[in-house]
Design a protein around this ligand. Structure first.
Ligand code: ADP
Length: 622
């Protein structure tokens, strides 16, 4: 529920929303400029109409000079036409810019995600922040979206106020003639001040009530965020979760999801949202509506009394009523804008807590040597590492030197540190103690993108895209066809490829093409291996590369392993010890330590952990 820290100062309102404005403007250049011009012209147009039609009506109800009337009508027509064309052009420009907004919005966050330390990306806190930002945006365009929508409101109201003031001044300066008797009271400056006061008061009160009503959304935000997340998960559980479809049917999980949602209570009639809507929020909204009508009453009263007393003609009545009504509306809009920015401030805090998260990992700038002989020496020197927030060493004092061009197998029980070892090698995390060296230089000193060029990795939880096979293999829209075929053949996908209706241009999955092919887990794994081969980096790392393969496909990969790996340095993580036999060296992890290292026969002879693991599996094959 609402927190004290939701209190915001005007300075903070300004700083955060201005920063939001700047970042949107950077990602979506021209959008605010087009909005500005469009809103400015649109807000002036009605006043031009009001002014010109007042002149015509005054002439019609006064002198009725035909020549003057004709020229007034021609001026009105031409002005209206020119303004309509200008408005149309600006509207087209601003709409086309607006259409790119959502893409820019997502780009702001995806750029941050790509540049963030992996440690943060992986952290619950940052994931929470990002999902809150996305939910706030979807919920009521809170956050950056609010700035984008409110900017137009600001410009329209400022220009509207200026134009209306220009048209309204004479309402107060034109005097009722002395012949009007008691009505001359309307000329009294005090009376004028009183009327202006009442109009301004009602004008400010209406949006103030409406902002107060809106502030209940902010009060609800904490509570609704949880509710939204809950609903986002369970509400759509059975709708767009084809990968859960089997479980949902067999275990009727849809009923479970439904009961969770009912219990959660964010959306039922006893929820805070419903209570607020029935109670204070509803009352403030009603007050806002009532007060704005009250202001209209005073405007009509004052203008009509002055006209009745003979201060101006009938045409001016339309001008003044129109102008003062708009003035009041525009002031309300401005107050509403300020309130909306104020209410938006807690949401902007979340946005910038995420976007301004500093990277702690040192970013080096060295380029890696370009070596045709692929002689990149990588070494772990007394490396120890704990995951953030954990007291347990995931790796402890690990030292290993990769022999160029050799195949190294990494084995060990679940949780022994194998994947952590690879994550450190890929610099997703930095060691807490010790260092990792590339050709004798700490890997932190290299430019990260450069450093990653020397690795091809097939992670266990690799992901393919619902795009053509070739693009998946090349990880790009431009590719070398021969290399794509070659990589797929090496990865053992050649036979299956023959069945693909459009060869390497066949879409994977049916999301975008009904002729797309659904590939099995094993086939997908082969494509992921082909992708790593296409990259042709000096190091190839395969994390459980055959986990989803059937025994025959697995044997096929092993038999081709030398061909697959070629002259690369290979690191091969596997649970299946039989698959490590053809590696030059085997490293056994246990509790974050390397406890054994050597060839297959040598390790069996040691009768230690490797021997134990080998026998545990071997008994099933005897
Ligand atoms: P393996 O790949 O051998 O199964 P891991 O390298 O994944 O083992 O895990 C090593 C240890 O680190 C385990 O104790 C595991 O629970 C812990 N661990 C792995 N990932 C994380 C993480 N993101 N946060 C905290 N602890 C982790």
């Amino acid at each position: 529920m609402a927190k004290k820290e939701n209190k915001v100062s005007l300075k903070e309102v300004f700083i955060l929303n201005y920063k939001g404005f700047k970042i949107i403007n950077k990602y979506c250049p021209g959008m605010f400029l087009s909005d500005f011009l469009h809103a400015a012209v649109s807000s002036v147009v009605p006043y031009v109409g009001i002014y010109l039609s007042a002149l015509i009506i005054n002439e019609l109800s006064g002198n009725r000079n035909q020549e003057k009337l004709t020229s007034l009508i021609i001026i009105t027509l031409i002005t209206t036409l020119v303004l309509a064309i200008l408005q149309g052009i600006l509207s087209r420009w601003s709409n086309s810019k607006k259409n790119t907004y959502y893409y820019s919005f997502l780009k702001i966050f995806s750029d941050k995600m790509f540049s963030m330390d992996y440690e943060d990306l992986d952290s619950q806190k940052m994931q929470d922040l990002k999902s809150q930002i996305m939910q706030n945006n979807q919920w009521n365009a809170w956050g950056l979206g609010r700035i984008r929508y409110s900017f137009e409101q600001l410009i329209k109201s400022v220009f509207g106020i200026l134009s209306a003031v220009v048209l309204t001044i004479s309402l107060f300066t034109t005097s009722v003639p002395d012949s009007a008797g008691a009505f001359t009271l309307l000329n009294n400056p005090l009376f004028i001040l009183l009327i202006i006061g009442i109009i301004l008061l009602t004008t400010f009160l209406a949006p103030a009530f409406s902002n107060k009503a809106d502030s209940y959304w902010v009060k609800l935000s904490e509570y609704m965020k949880m509710g939204n997340r809950f609903f986002g998960y369970f509400g759509f559980f059975a709708v767009d979760n084809s990968d859960r479809a089997l479980d949902i049917r067999i275990y009727e999980q849809n009923n479970l999801a439904y009961s969770y949602i009912k219990e959660n209570g964010s959306y039922n009639k006893f929820s805070f949202g419903a209570i607020f809507a029935r109670g204070p929020q509803g009352i403030y909204n009603a007050l806002s509506g009532a007060v704005s009508k009250l202001s209209l009453f005073f405007i009509y009263l004052f203008v009509c009394l002055k006209a009745w007393a003979g201060a101006f003609g009938i045409g001016s009545v339309t001008q003044y009523v129109g102008a003062v009504t708009s003035l009041s509306g525009n002031i309300s809009m401005l107050v509403q804008f300020i309130g909306s920015m104020k209410n938006n401030t807690p949401f902007m805090r979340t946005v910038f807590e995420y976007l301004e998260r500093e990277n702690k990992m040192y970013q080096g700038s060295l380029t890696t040597e370009k070596r045709n002989d692929r002689k990149y020496n990588v070494e772990f020197k007394n490396v120890s590492f704990k995951y953030p927030g954990s007291d347990i060493y995931a790796l402890k004092n690990v030292s290993v030197k990769f022999e160029v061009g050799k195949r190294l197998a990494v084995v060990g029980m679940n949780g022994s540190g194998k994947t952590t070892f690879i994550k450190l090698l890929c610099r997703l995390y930095d060691p807490e103690e010790g260092e990792i060296l590339l050709n004798g230089i700490n890997i932190k000193k290299y430019n990260y993108d450069e450093y990653m060029k020397i690795f091809s990795v097939v992670f266990q939880d690799y992901k393919l895209l619902a795009r053509p096979l070739a693009e998946n293999v090349a990880a790009s829209c431009d590719y070398d066809e021969n290399l794509v075929y070659d990589s797929l053949n090496k990865a053992g996908f050649g036979e299956r490829l023959k069945e693909f209706p459009k060869g390497i241009n066949t879409f994977l999955y049916k999301n975008w093409d009904k002729e797309g092919v659904e590939v099995s887990g094993g086939e997908a794994q082969k494509i992921a291996i082909a992708r790593a081969l296409y990259k042709d980096a000096p190091f190839i790392i395969l994390d459980e590369p055959t986990a989803a393969l059937d025994p025959i496909a697995e044997a096929e990969i092993y038999s081709k392993f030398n061909e697959i790996v070629g002259d690369k340095t290979a690191i091969y993580i596997s649970h299946r010890l039989s698959s490590c036999k053809f590696c030059d060296e085997i490293m056994v992890f246990d509790n974050g330590n390397i406890i054994e290292k050597g060839g297959h026969e040598e390790l069996l002879g040691n009768r230690n952990k490797y021997y134990e693991l080998w026998n545990a599996q071997a008994q099933y094959y005897v």
